[in-house]
Design a protein around this ligand. Structure first.
Ligand SMILES: Nc1ncnc2c1ncn2[C@@H]1O[C@H](COP(=O)(O)OP(=O)(O)O)[C@@H](O)[C@H]1O
Ligand SMILES: [Mg+2]
Length: 258
């Protein structure tokens, strides 16, 4: 059975979509079957894979509302091992639509049930909110990756997200755990970087990934060419960092299963 990983942080611009796209590409290239669920109405991940919004028929919105199955919304990407359930702006109406539904927190979990058996990894790109969409992602997930930029107030946001994770664990999903907290756009020479890393490790000593993702131009350029950094510039520091992250995740997974 595959592992479902939610990539979440309620702050925008911290590297969620970049992490989903590049981690998926690396895992796919290693021979894993990967499904991306683009769960952010902005659809950056859908665009990053060069999927044209006009060509999309079913989206994660229809999946969530039970109007089609997950498989009916899956589109292939050009990249080895990676498929995705795309999104459009329509998803922004989902929170309101879910409001009066029964089991509204479990819709995504239920919708992904069959897909879990089919893929090795399902990566959910969460919106920059802590609303019902993110709750659905956390209920469906086995684990969470939290991309974190080293800046003032990062820890406050992390504590708030951690409270949400704890609530989801208590009410819906006992087994939910941290895959890891991931420092992104990391610049070692900035003084604030060391301060934030120290602070975060104090509160979350076991949850921080060894791998850090440096600020790297290839990672920011690749999406405009509709490709992950692995295919845009394999030798870039950014691409190599996501390879290291994939290795770390696979190693941890192996340990957990032993
Ligand atoms: N490690 C990095 N180095 C340089 N630019 C990055 C890096 N990670 C993300 N970016 C850029 O920062 C912006 C925000 O990243 P994104 O992944 O879209 O964040 P989120 O999904 O959390 O909103 C994007 O323009 C992206 O290309
Ligand atoms: Mg995003």
């Amino acid at each position: 059975m595959g592992k479902v990983i939610a990539v979440s942080n309620q702050k925008g611009g911290v590297g969620k979509s970049t992490t989903v796209v590049n981690l998926a590409a690396v895992l796919g290239a290693k021979g894993k079957k990967v499904l991306i669920v683009d769960f952010d109405p902005q659809g950056n991940t859908t665009t990053s894979f060069g999927i044209r919004k006009k060509s999309i028929r079913n989206t994660v919105y229809e999946v969530l509302m039970g109007e089609c199955t997950a498989f009916e919304a899956v589109v292939a990407t050009e990249f080895r091992g990676v498929s995705m359930i795309p999104t459009t702006q329509r998803l922004s109406g989902a929170t309101a639509a879910l409001m009066n539904m029964k089991d509204k927190a479990k819709k995504l979990d239920t919708a992904l049930e069959q897909a879990r058996d089919f893929y090795d990894f399902i990566l959910i790109d969460c919106p920059p909110t802590l609303d019902m969409l993110t709750i659905n992602a956390l209920v469906a997930a086995n684990s969470v990756i939290v991309p974190l930029q080293c800046e003032f107030l990062s820890l406050e946001g992390l504590v708030e997200l951690n409270n949400t994770i704890e609530r989801v664990k208590k009410n819906f999903n006992e087994g939910l755990h941290y895959e890891g907290i991931l420092f992104t756009m990391y610049v070692e020479r900035y003084k604030v970087t060391g301060q934030i890393v120290k602070e975060v490790k104090k509160y979350f000593p076991k949850q921080v990934f060894e791998t850090v993702i440096p600020r790297n131009i290839a990672l920011s350029e690749a999406p405009s060419f509709g490709m992950p950094a692995l295919y845009y510039d394999k030798k870039s520091k950014g691409s190599k960092a996501y390879e290291a992250l994939a290795k770390e995740i696979l190693k941890n997974e192996k340990k957990r299963r032993e």
